[in-house]
Design a protein around this ligand. Structure first.
Ligand code: R1P
Ligand code: URA
Length: 245
């Protein structure tokens, strides 16, 4: 059955989940036989091959509400492994623009996951994916940080600075808007989820400046985006090879 929002019927086992539909086009440049299969609302989907492995990319839009719609529909289409390739704002001074944040777990400040399950349920990465991401990031020598992230629903709230200072003291690495939702719902549905975030905003910088820089495709943020794509593809390929063995 063609899914109502993503407008796909069948997808590969391995899926990449950017928020931004433009990132789907970027991923396609790393694939063989890449083609767009659907483009509806914020959900743009493409398929292709990476070193012979089938891969699907679907953009989730901004926030947990649309991200979990994408994930639920992709599961109905056959997806089993998901890696989010997103962007984030740093919550620690040592995280530079273009550094990759590999999320081990995410603070559930989103609304969507709470519609499914009590806040005491954890939002954690799948161990197999997390291990593959860490191993490949080291092999590729990409600047990266592994730890707890935070997913929120609100970009322009009045106490944003205070909130980031609070999470800074709790050793949270950075903020995005989808990882916690994807982790919690992935675990509930029995699929495997990981998340890499390219840092586009320095800690204590103005969020709007950072995102603007990113929109203007500044060098470091761009390099970070390319790196997170390669890292996600390489990690999934590693798992794929093990599956075939
Ligand atoms: O670049 P993406 O993957 O969209 O991720 C981040 O960017 C958006 C906000 O600008 C939110 O979706 C946030 O999670
Ligand atoms: O600061 C930022 C940047 C990207 N995405 C976020 O959620 N926050």
């Amino acid at each position: 059955m063609i899914q109502p929002h993503i407008q796909c019927e069948k997808v590969s086992k391995m899926v990449l989940l950017p928020g931004d539909p433009k990132r789907v086009d970027k991923v396609m440049t790393f694939l063989d036989d890449a083609k767009v299969i659907a483009n509806n609302r914020e959900f743009k989907s493409a398929i292709g091959k990476y070193k012979g492995m089938d891969i699907t990319i679907t953009s989730t839009g901004i926030g947990g509400a649309s991200a979990c719609i994408a994930m639920e529909e992709l599961i109905s289409c056959g997806a089993e492994y998901f890696v989010r390739i997103g962007s984030a704002g740093a919550a620690q001074e040592n995280i530079k623009i273009g550094d990759l944040i590999i999320s081990m777990a995410s603070v559930r400040e989103d609304g969507a996951s709470s519609m499914y399950i009590d806040k005491s349920y954890p939002a954690v990465a799948n161990y197999e994916i997390l291990e593959a991401l860490k191993k490949k990031a080291e092999e590729l020598k990409y600047d990266h940080h592994v730890g707890i992230t935070r997913s929120h629903d609100s970009f322009y709230i009045d106490n944003e600075i205070e909130l980031m200072q609070y999470w800074n003291k709790k050793n949270v690495l950075g903020s995005d808007m989808e990882t916690a939702t994807l982790y919690a719902i992935g675990a509930l549905r029995g699929v495997k989820v990981g998340s890499i975030l390219n840092n586009v905003v320095l800690y204590n910088n103005d969020v709007k400046d950072g995102v603007n820089e990113y929109v203007n495709e500044q060098d470091l943020a761009q390099r970070g985006e390319e790196r997170e794509i390669i890292l996600a593809l390489e990690a999934l390929y590693e798992i794929h090879k093990k599956d075939l063995a």
